[in-house]
Design a protein around this ligand. Sequence first.
Ligand SMILES: Cc1cc2nc3c(=O)[nH]c(=O)nc-3n(C[C@H](O)[C@H](O)[C@H](O)COP(=O)(O)OP(=O)(O)OC[C@H]3O[C@@H](n4cnc5c(N)ncnc54)[C@H](O)[C@@H]3O)c2cc1C
Length: 265
Amino acid sequence: MKIASVQDETSSVKSFAFRDRLCANGEPGQFVMIWIPGVDEVPMSLCELRPDISQAAITVEKVGEATGALHKLKIGDTLGVRGPFGNSYTTSKARNVLIVGGGTGLASLAPLTERLVKQKVRVTLLIGAKTRSDLLFLHRMNQLLSGDRSQVMATTEDASYGLKGLVTEPAQKILTRSERFDMIYTCGPEKMMHKMFALSEKFNVPFQASLERFMRCAIGLCGTCVIGKYRVCRDGPVFSGGQLREVQNEFGVFRRGFDGRKIAF
Ligand SMILES: Cc1cc2nc3c(=O)[nH]c(=O)nc-3n(C[C@H](O)[C@H](O)[C@H](O)COP(=O)(O)OP(=O)(O)OC[C@H]3O[C@@H](n4cnc5c(N)ncnc54)[C@H](O)[C@@H]3O)c2cc1C
């Protein structure tokens, strides 16, 4: 694919759009394998789905070799794209939902939020980051949820914007306030998702989380991304609370490296 546009989101995050009918028709939560020729192939969530113009996009945080090489690419440069892969968030039973995102987790939660708004679902969206400049998609989400039924709240660890602290803290307060949600969706650091899972169990709210694991094949063969009996690439990346209960000894505890060894979170 030729890169159609490049957008700076934060100092370490850029979005790259490309024209592809299959990806543009992907579902919120699905991901693609992005091949940077001569460097590596890495999984990235579809952060924009525009079937009307056959365009899709990924949002990439620069953390290492492949993402560093991706950040150097410009409009017109070529990327390899395999996918879309994996399952997606389910939204059929949603009426009033809580969405909790941290870091690049917003990449998969943004198209989900767009889908829910189209379905006239009431959304409470909590976005967390270390500092104000790291809050991803704050403007896009504020515009999307500007109606009086939905709301966006932000937290920063250094109090530079919104509430001070971790995003799970206002989530806990909101759930304690006896407001009845029919789904919690989350994507972000696994410790954050694990805390949200515990809250969903405590308050008895259905739960969906999109997990990250190291991936190679993305088609269920190599086993790198296993969590318990599941392969995150084929059975996920979105898992329900019931599924995560089955893999409690791994979820939030460790993932596996490319050599199969456990890496603690
Ligand atoms: C289904 C899925 C969807 C993803 N969506 C996005 C997205 O939308 N945007 C985004 O920026 N990233 C996303 N990631 C994470 C992304 O794939 C990794 O950040 C990327 O592979 C790192 O490659 P690298 O060569 O730059 O880093 P490396 O040089 O391989 O590693 C640098 C650092 O990043 C960590 N890292 C490497 N791979 C992963 C991984 N899979 N998960 C977590 N940490 C990792 C390593 O532990 C190391 O500390 C997703 C991962 C999965 C599995």
